[in-house]
Ligand binder design. Structure first.
Ligand SMILES: Nc1ncnc2c1ncn2[C@@H]1O[C@H](COP(=O)(O)OP(=O)(O)OP(=O)(O)O)[C@@H](O)[C@H]1O
Ligand SMILES: [Mg+2]
Length: 387
């Protein structure tokens, strides 16, 4: 830990010297238990259960209106729960008076005070708390150094770029040493390029301070880049929870598969189910689908197979295998630099998207619009979705 982060670090997990209890406390630093939120007839959050670990950067992801901000606002104590409870570091949030809540929320529009300097903006909350002058100065300085804004301390917000303003807002949140930092769409005011750079910076800063952070975003790339774990929400419920890699590679539903990254979905019916593989008959391909893992369910069961675009290879010659390929025509090509996205319209009518590296393309004399090609993928490329 650097000096700045020591100055900024909040209180640790209280443990009784019992390692198992300490681990449990750290794993359940934030506990959301059966939380429901109704606004009149609207059920914005429908019984969410979630534990967030100490020091974790956790992302809540989902389409507009699925309840992300509402959940965050309840964590911040800005909204009461209709039922259920929220514990932070073992303490029931509802029992804590607002000034004792160890939570700080950075809003989507993080509105700095326009008439105050950067320094005064960051100092504002501490002044209100009556923090002694010397300590205040030290903490503000440390927070500004942490976000690399110390040399802009005397500027006003309008003299800063969007990314710089965002960092000041972050310093303003961190200087209060929250145990839990809540970020609602923290990057939404930034344009794409600066956004990507800021994502990495933010992760580094949060990591240094060691603060537990729950972030809301509807940008799946942002969640994948930043978060250690994420929850995909839909209509007030968590539909999948895991590391970005788990959710991407093993989506548990069509919703997750389509929400996290793009994918190709094939509908079909199970015609052979063995412990280590399944065959699926589909109208989309001239051959069967083969997936190298078993599933639970009866023969004939309708399923959907998800195959990510980067798992799909293009060939000029008909593939030799008896499964996992189709024939079609190139209908669109998006050149992305190191790779291209090929849209291939299969004979049966379905369009498949393949993400093919420039190297792989050069090996098959880069197909162009209207060319007849084959798409194929390996036995381990597909994931069976039953919901
Ligand atoms: N104060 C309120 N009164 C009534 N309904 C509300 C209120 N706040 C939110 N809602 C409703 O609750 C649902 C969830 O809203 P919420 O703001 O949590 O969505 P969100 O996931 O943050 O969406 P977005 O990505 O668009 O910000 C929506 O249907 C919304 O209309
Ligand atoms: Mg929102």
């Amino acid at each position: 830990m650097s000096d700045q982060s020591n100055v900024l670090a909040g209180a640790g997990v209280s443990s009784s010297g019992n390692p198992a209890a300490a681990q449990n406390a750290a794993d359940n630093f934030v506990q959301i238990v059966d939380v429901v939120k109704k606004f009149g007839e609207t059920v914005a959050v429908k019984g969410v259960n979630l534990s967030v670990r100490k020091g974790e950067l956790f992302a809540l992801l989902g389409s507009s209106g699925c309840g992300k901000s509402t959940l965050l606002r309840m964590l911040a104590g800005l909204e009461t729960v209709t039922s259920g409870k929220i514990l932070i570091d073992g303490e029931d949030l509802a029992q804590m008076p607002p000034y004792r809540r160890p939570v700080n929320m950075m809003f989507q529009s993080y509105a700095l005070f326009p008439h105050m300097t950067v320094e005064s903006n960051v100092a504002f909350g501490l002044k209100q708390e009556g923090v002694p002058k010397a300590e205040l100065k030290e903490r503000v300085q440390a927070a500004l150094e942490l976000v690399q804004m110390a040399r802009f301390a005397k500027r006003k917000p309008h003299q800063l770029s969007g990314g710089q303003q965002q960092r000041v807002a972050l310093a303003r949140s961190l200087v209060k040493r929250p145990k839990l930092l809540l970020l609602d769409e923290p990057m939404s005011a930034l344009d794409k390029q600066i956004r990507q750079r800021t994502q990495i910076e933010l992760v580094n800063i949060l990591d240094k301070v060691g603060v537990t952070c729950i972030m809301v975003t509807h940008d799946q790339e942002e969640a994948m880049t930043m978060a250690g774990r994420l929850a995909v929400m839909s209509e007030g419920e968590i539909v999948q929870l895991g590391t970005p890699n788990e959710v991407y590679e093993y989506p548990n539903s069509r919703f997750s598969a389509e929400f996290i990254g793009s994918t190709n979905l094939f509908d079909g019916n199970v015609v052979e189910d063995e412990p280590d593989h399944v065959y699926i008959e589909t109208a989309d391909l001239p051959v069967r689908l083969y997936v190298s893992h078993g599933i639970t369910g009866p023969l004939g069961m309708p399923v959907t197979i998800s195959v990510r675009p980067e798992r799909i290879a293009l060939t000029r010659k008909p593939p030799e295998g008896a499964f996992n390929w189709g024939k079609g025509v190139v209908t669109n090509i998006a050149y992305m630099g190191g790779y291209s996205l090929y849209h291939v319209k299969l004979d049966a009518g379905k369009t498949v998207i393949a993400n093919v590296s420039s190297l792989a393309l050069s090996e098959i004399e880069t197909p162009t619009w209207g060319d007849e090609v084959y798409v194929r993928w390996s036995a381990s490329a597909g994931v069976v979705l039953t919901s």
